[in-house]
Design a protein around this ligand. Structure first.
Ligand SMILES: [Zn+2]
Length: 268
């Protein structure tokens, strides 16, 4: 089977601040290298578990963080942004994947579980789907669910690993750091890689991944709370969107593709 990996940076072992998330920032090079090692570890596990190929989506910022030459053979990588609505899951519709795995994921906007918690763009104060705080993990897991693909592994901060288990009880997780106020506490980078390997192996062993199907809600009510009210006003002109307060926008649909389209135009 083919494996799809979506890789973010804010849940990479060792990360603590925004400056480490963008090229040119102090500490970025080191974190991008660790991000590469983490995604590479998962790709290697997938290939040795019998995957015929691995597709890696570099899903952070410019989409050009992972050092491609460090990835194993039989791995393809998508760098940059196509501009499609699948976003951090871009490429998911391009082949028939057996399982989705995620690395470097992080707690959602408004969560106290990471000093760099966020959901999509920084102007989003918080996002909710059907009343639950919405993480990038949730958005992307539902995307996988829409295509009928299980999500069997996630590494990242402790907060997102807990959220992942609530959504997909059988998912294997590798919490490699945790947030405390404005700080993070991380394990050693090599220990993080060991934990990632161990959990990724467990996710694929004995077809465990098949238990990690994502249940898609029958209907979606998505709410975005913006930090600044002009953004809510501007995006209230999106077809079907309703501005429910100064900073809040609400959108409803029974089709998840509509939700992705709304997020694409109003939170991205
Ligand atoms: Zn992110």
């Amino acid at each position: 089977m083919k494996i799809f990996i979506s890789s973010d940076i804010e849940g990479t072992c060792g990360i603590a601040g925004w400056q480490e998330t963008s090229a040119g920032g102090i500490g970025y090079e080191y974190i991008a290298k660790q991000m590469t090692k983490e995604v590479s570890a998962v790709a290697k596990v997938a290939l040795s578990a019998g995957a015929e190929s691995v597709f890696v989506r570099d899903a952070h910022d410019t989409g050009c963080n992972i050092l491609q030459k460090e990835l194993p053979n039989k791995t393809e990588i998508m760098r940059g942004w196509t501009g499609d609505i699948y976003n951090m899951m871009s490429g998911i519709d391009m082949a028939k994947y057996g399982a989705v795995m995620m690395t470097g994921y992080h707690s959602p906007a408004r969560s106290v579980a990471s000093p760099i918690s966020h959901t999509m763009q920084p102007y989003v104060e918080s996002m909710k789907i059907n009343g639950e705080l919405c993480s990038e993990f949730m958005l992307n897991a539902y995307t996988a669910g829409y295509f009928g693909i299980p999500v069997c592994f996630v590494s990242g901060d402790e907060g997102i690993c807990e959220i992942a288990k609530e959504l997909i009880p059988e998912i294997k997780t590798a919490p490699v750091l945790k947030g405390v106020g404005g700080a993070t506490i991380s394990m050693q980078p090599e220990d993080a890689l060991d934990l990632i390997k161990e959990q990724a192996e467990a996710a694929l062993a004995d077809e465990h991944y098949k238990k990690c199907i994502v249940e898609l809600p029958r209907s979606f009510e998505i709410q975005i709370n913006y930090k600044e009210h002009p953004m809510a006003y501007k995006n209230s002109f999106y077809p079907g969107a309703i501005q429910v307060s100064g900073t809040k926008l609400r959108y409803k649909s029974t089709n998840y593709i509509d939700v992705l389209r709304f997020v694409h135009f109003c939170a991205n």
